[in-house]
Design a protein around this ligand. Sequence first.
Ligand code: 0O2
Length: 268
Amino acid sequence: MTVINWKERLLPYEQVVEELKIKFKGIQKEYKNLQIHSPIESVEGRVKSIASILEKADKKNIPIEHVFDKIEDIAGVRIICRFVEDIEKVVSLIYQRDGEDLTIIEEEDYIKNTKKSGYRSYHITISYPIMTIEGRKDIKGEIQIRTLAMNFWATIEHSLRYKYNGNIPEELKERLHVCAEAAFKLDNEMTTIRDELLEAQKIVNLKNNLVNEILENLQNLYYIAKIEKVTQFNREFINLYNEGNIDKLFDFNRQLEVMTNLYKVRYN
Ligand code: 0O2
């Protein structure tokens, strides 16, 4: 009988998950920095539990000594998107890296080819190289890309499958199917108001950045202007902030910048 040192064998998979998570979160940060909508809403990752590996091996008749070559989702990363269109963007970002820091082995579009259960998601199986003290190791992993709504459904269905040991009662299965379609309808509805939502997101980002700039300018004024003047500016800022008029906040910030420059000239 084959004895597996699970801790040692699973270590490279942990590294793959951590590295991929960092890389996808890096993409998310790049979009944030450019102040444009990120197709990546969040990133999760996990190494399959030993129990789950054994269960899958049993279900698929995989001999224990072959679990590491045959089971391709031991390392799993999940990318969650806001909109269905974002999934396509994420897939193309992954394709851009094919042959660079990862190799695509296969893909499965469960959005076009929805599973019988109602499951929707885009799966990409990759081979990912990691450097260990023994040299390079190529590890297989699965990237799942899905919307928030698809993820909500899959999480609920997954726990029900666990509860019923894989045999969800027929009636519940049907209701889950209805829920899957409702989630998909929600995704499609969201697409129709996508532009408006993106615009709203842009305004929120713009306002946040402007407020940060104003606070920085006020902070700088503390060093060079009279305290009464800065207190007056502070009060004015709070009133304008509560009013919520972004144009007035822009004008106020310009005024602060002029004041800061005037003080600088005076004291230099
Ligand atoms: P866990 O706990 O997420 O690791 P299959 O034979 O279809 O079960 P296969 O051929 O290995 O699986 O690959 P596939 O289809 O890409 O599915 C792998 C993973 O996709 C599953 O892993 C789930 O995470 C997810 N998935 C696939 N089908 C469904 C579904 O109907 N419902 C839910 N909720 N998730 C699904 P595991 O090993 O099942 O579980």
